[in-house]
Design a protein around this ligand. Structure first.
Ligand code: NAG
Ligand code: NAG
Ligand code: NAG
Ligand code: NAG
Ligand code: NAG
Ligand code: NAG
Ligand code: NAG
Ligand code: NAG
Length: 786
């Protein structure tokens, strides 16, 4: 691995600016007044009949035009609440932006740009009249590299995912839109994520069996950040956790979310995830979705089997769910509505909402013949100037993995060859369709409920041709992967550069079948590299892939562009031609070979044992780089890695700029839990400074990262090191800046599962900083408790 860890001359140090990693870029969410919102909601609920309260805790397809709806109450001028799918833009809608995917966003490592993305996305939901975005995603976290929904989430490290979700929630909610952070928790594979039936016998969903410490330090960690940032709602997941369905799991919902983390919003079920009435209501579930399935003309709706509504009413009437619990549920559901000011002049839903949704779900002909009076009108265009942020975010989330012989950025090459089916125009611009196995066309997004219609895209081929044309270069292309293997004829002269575009598909409901890029990708690269000594590979993919050709000397550069969103063609041209520094750093680890990962998708195909699908998370916290560290496996490209077009250096020593001396082992018991958990956990206990310089010839964005190793003596299962700080800083050639990593009590605590409390261990921590999880030349030590 190429390592950029040259040490800085001490001379330069005096000229640095100080940059803090915790910029306060959000202006409103710190002011969220939950108490006032709660009393407004309670006062509102006090005016409701019991049937109306029941209606507040359950959606209904006929209650509004959105994918999830709470119906209106006209006598109280309550317009209802509209829920639309995210998390990369509004699903099943027209004239919206497809933003960079979750994995792409995690690769940005820049809280401010992530905030801007969230803010622009939220603006679209608001302009469409949606009160709630069903997103962002921090579950799955990506335990299983082939998990079908990892691309929707923010990478495999809880600290990075936590920072990314926090900025996203703030960005969304600063518009007055509610975030619904999902899926809580343990939905780490798609295969048998939910229950089913076999020959009339109920087949249980997979059970993710997770110990308490791992739950706290890994899977629930980013949810705590989302709550701290003010997320209005949290979606419970389909699967079971420790044998109890996540949506009726008191340990998770009542205890962890609401008590320990002080969550004041509402828990919403993943769609059709509920399994019970009284257990769900009493164990902490507040809102069932999608709820009633009454009628949309003759369109085939899912069976009208739900668990709240009239069932909840019966349960309240016979006393198995208390009226105070029902009041609490309704109050929780309505609190964010008041919290975010949605009771004042919120835009009504786009009149095209229901028709767009029906057209996506059932197709135009069925919709037109349904007999239902759909309002078929042009949709509201809510995209504003968001293409700019999509394009910038896509480039900022593109990771340069290899760059030899100054292959990139391109220096006006005269003869360019473009190869591979991923360079082609997308063959399907309809989000929400499954392009699995579609040979031709680039993958700018993944599939399932997290997909988005693509309005305004150009293919990588077109974007590069436009660039080449601007300075008179010649471009030849061959985009059929099968033909490439016989396809040297006609390329003349030897191209200055051969750009090979590869892809792999991921979608909800399926896990990925393999680590390799698709459509004979390996053969394609090897074949092109056999005659083209300057082969540059670009991948559009969901995340972890194997790259068996990475060490081929003729493969001079590799860019992992992930799923970039609708401006992906322009964004990759920006990076290739050097208008943008490839800003991304890996939010996961790329292995040498699949066996380096030890987390196979659990095969649940055998349904004869209806309770048999168990996934034991025996590795505890040791996923991704923590697994590679623990097992001493050398990855191909490690977590945090990514090159720039310039070169950065970090000083070998780290400075401790402030330190709380001899702090208590645990948070002060006299203080009360606030939104986000015990307030002490969010107090800074140490600040560590690193000095970073640009020693190259171009300006570029460095991503200094700080990892800590816990003192000896912490319980078994503690990772060798964990990420606890990062920043993204723009540096001009020759420029030096000081970066400050502020660590909170939570960052230096482990979850003591016996005492059930976050605990700062006695002894010496080691902090290391650098430019990836395996390039950490700067080091210091500190002790918080003697
Ligand atoms: C937050 O800042 C943005 C601009 O950055 C501004 O448009 C918005 O009105 C501000 N919101 C609040 C609540 O101050
Ligand atoms: C509950 O919602 C349904 C569907 O929108 C509606 O028909 C019914 O009148 C509502 N009930 C009450 C009591 O508001
Ligand atoms: C369902 O029952 C039929 C008839 O008894 C049997 O052939 C089939 O294998 C059963 N399917 C499963 C999945 O158990
Ligand atoms: C009360 O009603 C609920 C919902 O219909 C039902 O599941 C439960 O068994 C009932 N309990 C009693 C004690 O009747
Ligand atoms: C690519 O070429 C192969 C072999 O000629 C052919 O079978 C296949 O249909 C082509 N693919 C497309 C998308 O045209
Ligand atoms: C992959 O290559 C094999 C032969 O090496 C060929 O039969 C097959 O059609 C190719 N598949 C694609 C999708 O190009
Ligand atoms: C690299 O390209 C040259 C042609 O420029 C070729 O001779 C050589 O075999 C290639 N190497 C590999 C490993 O494909
Ligand atoms: C450290 O703090 C503990 C209480 O948290 C106290 O008992 C102890 O005396 C302190 N030690 C030093 C060296 O200050």
């Amino acid at each position: 691995m190429l390592i950029f860890c040259l040490f800085v001359l001490f001379l330069k140090l005096g000229h640095g600016h100080i940059v803090s990693q915790r910029q306060s870029f959000s202006n409103s969410s710190t002011k969220l007044d939950w108490a006032t919102a709660q009393s407004k909601a309670a006062a509102f609920v006090a005016q409701l009949t019991i049937e109306e309260k029941i209606n507040i805790t359950q959606g209904g397809i006929d209650s509004g035009p959105c994918v999830g709806n709470i119906g209106s109450i006209d006598r109280l001028a309550f317009p209802g609440i509209c829920f639309q799918d995210g998390p990369i833009g509004m699903t099943r809608a027209q004239l919206v932006s497809a933003f960079p995917a979750g994995v792409t966003t995690a690769a940005i490592w820049d809280r401010e740009l992530v905030y801007e993305r969230g803010r622009a996305m939220g603006a679209e939901f608001k302009a469409k009249g949606a009160h709630v975005m069903l997103g962002p995603v921090v579950g799955p976290i990506g335990r299983q590299p082939l998990g079908g929904r990892n691309w929707e989430g923010f990478g495999t490290d809880p600290y990075l995912a936590g920072a990314t979700v926090s900025a996203t929630v703030r960005g969304l909610q600063d518009n007055g839109v509610q975030a619904c952070t999902k899926h809580f928790v343990g939905n780490e594979q798609e295969s048998r994520r939910d229950s089913g039936s076999s020959n009339g016998t109920k087949v249980q969903a997979i059970s993710s069996n997770i110990d308490d410490r791992t739950l706290h330090e890994l899977y629930a960690w980013p949810f705590a950040d989302a709550i701290k940032a003010g997320t209005a709602s949290i979606m419970c997941s389909y699967n079971r956790v420790n044998s109890v369905y996540a949506c009726e799991n008191s340990e998770l919902l009542n205890h962890m979310l609401k008590k320990e983390l002080g969550f004041q919003g509402y828990v919403l079920s993943d769609f059709f995830a509920l399994q019970s009435t009284t257990s769900s209501a009493n164990n902490g579930m507040d809102l069932e979705m999608p709820g009633r399935m009454t009628t949309l003309g003759n369109l085939p709706l899912p069976a009208d089997n739900y668990f709240f509504g009239k069932h909840l009413l019966a349960a309240v009437q016979n006393g198995s769910v208390s009226i105070s619990r029902l009041d609490e549920m309704a109050t929780r559901v309505l609190t964010p509505y008041f919290l975010l000011g949605q009771d004042h002049e919120y835009p009504p839903p786009d009149p095209a909402t229901l028709a767009s949704l029906a057209a996506a779900q059932w197709g135009l002909p069925a919709m037109l013949e349904s007999g239902y009076p759909f309002q078929i009108v042009p949709a509201r265009d809510v995209r504003a100037d968001h293409a700019t942020i999509v394009r910038r975010g896509a480039a900022a989330g593109t990771v340069l993995l290899k760059n030899t012989n100054n292959a990139l950025p391109l220096q006006s090459p005269q003869h360019i060859a473009i190869l591979g089916n991923d360079a082609a125009e997308l063959l399907d611009s309809r989000g929400f369709s499954d392009m699995n196995g579609w040979e031709s066309g680039t993958y700018f997004i993944g599939g399932g409920s997290g997909s988005v219609n693509l309005e305004d895209t150009v293919s990588p081929l077109q974007a590069i041709r436009d660039r080449a044309k601007s300075y008179g270069a010649s471009v030849k292309w061959l985009l059929n992967n099968t033909n490439i293997q016989q396809g040297t004829k006609g390329f003349y002269p030897v191209p200055d550069v051969c750009l090979v575009f590869l892809k792999s598909w991921a979608t909800e409901s399926q896990d990925r079948p393999s680590f390799e890029l698709e459509f004979n990708a390996t053969e394609v690269v090897n074949f092109v590299a056999s005659w083209c000594a300057n082969t540059v590979v670009v991948t559009h993919s969901a995340g972890v892939n194997t790259l068996p050709w990475a060490r081929n000397a003729n493969v001079t550069a590799i860019l992992a562009a992930h799923y970039p969103g609708d401006q992906g063609g322009y964004a990759i041209a920006d990076v290739l031609f050097g208008d943008q520094d490839p800003g991304g750093r890996l939010p996961y680890t790329i292995p040498e070979k699949p066996e380096d990962y030890d987390f196979p998708i659990v095969d649940c195909a055998d349904v004869s044992n209806v309770d048999g699908c168990q996934s034991d998370f025996t590795e505890g916290q040791l996923i991704d780089y923590r697994h590679f560290d623990a097992k001493n496996i050398t990855p191909l490209y490690e977590f945090g890695y990514g090159l720039s077009y310039t070169t950065f250096a970090i000083s070998s020593s780290l400075k401790i700029s402030s330190l709380a001396k001899n702090i208590s082992a645990v948070p002060d018991v006299a203080l009360h839990v606030e939104v986000g958990g015990h307030p002490d956990l969010w107090e800074q206990v140490i600040a560590i400074q690193a000095t970073v310089s640009n020693i190259g010839e171009r300006s570029g964005e460095a991503v200094p990262q700080l990892y800590i190793s816990f003192p000896e003596g912490v319980p078994e299962g503690t990772p060798v090191k964990v990420l606890r700080g990062f920043d993204k800083i723009l540096l001009q050639p020759g420029e030096t800046k000081t970066v400050t990593f502020g660590l909170l009590r939570r960052d230096v605590s482990f979850w003591n599962a016996d005492a059930k409390i976050w605990t700062v261990p006695v002894g010496e921590f080691v902090a290391r900083a650098g430019f990836s999880s395996r390039d950490l030349p700067a080091e210091t030590k500190f002790t918080l408790r003697k």
